[in-house]
Design a protein around this ligand. Structure first.
Ligand SMILES: *[C@@H]1O[C@H](CO)[C@@H](O)[C@H](O)[C@H]1NC(C)=O
Ligand SMILES: *[C@@H]1O[C@H](CO)[C@@H](O)[C@H](O)[C@H]1NC(C)=O
Length: 157
């Protein structure tokens, strides 16, 4: 069947699809939308600024190494799992900096706990501070720390 009716039908379907996707952007509790993690190097620059190397991973993704100068920012974005019943989206990051022989780990986003769309972190030598959308700060000590054995891997994680 062709003619005005089928064009109208196609247009209506298109409209419904657009509206459905529009609704999806706002009903975050049912369909989680894109989440952004923002990580800032906040290691006190005494006596000199210190670079921070960040390496974030989830079970499925390895986001690689990113080195931040003091005050520098690294961000990544992802879509959490739609129905987090049997598994959650979890991203954890390792942090290293020069002249420190350890990797320091934090869970940077855990779908079971986090509701942030913009997950803001600043990192210093003791751990990470998460800043919520109202500007409140929550400090987390390193979840774990491990010694870097291979001298060649000090800039890696
Ligand atoms: C890191 O930040 C936390 C929270 O502000 C603070 O309590 C801690 O003393 C800081 N660590 C260093 C080494 O500055
Ligand atoms: C470190 O790297 C150098 C050159 O790439 C290599 O010769 C050396 O064996 C490495 N050391 C270790 C402990 O892997």
């Amino acid at each position: 069947m062709t003619g005005p009716n089928s064009i109208t039908l196609k247009f209506s379907i298109l409209l419904i699809v657009i509206l459905a996707f529009g609704a999806r952007e706002t009903t975050c509790s049912i369909f989680p939308t894109t989440t952004h993690v923002i990580i800032k190097n906040d290691i006190a620059p005494h006596p000199t600024p210190i670079d921070l190397t960040v390496h974030c991973k989830s079970k499925d993704d390895d986001l690689g190494f990113h080195t931040l100068t003091f005050g520098g920012i690294y961000t990544f974005s992802f879509r959490p799992i739609v129905f987090p019943i049997f598994k959650n989206t979890l991203f954890f990051c390792g942090f290293t900096w020069p002249r420190n022989p350890h990797r320091h780990y934090l869970d940077i986003y855990d779908q079971a706990l986090d509701r942030c769309k913009f997950c803001n972190w600043k990192i210093n030598q003791t751990g990470g501070t998460k800043i919520d959308k109202d500007g409140r700060e929550y400090f987390y000590e390193w979840k774990s720390i491990e010694l870097i054995i291979d001298a060649n891997s000090t800039s890696k994680i």
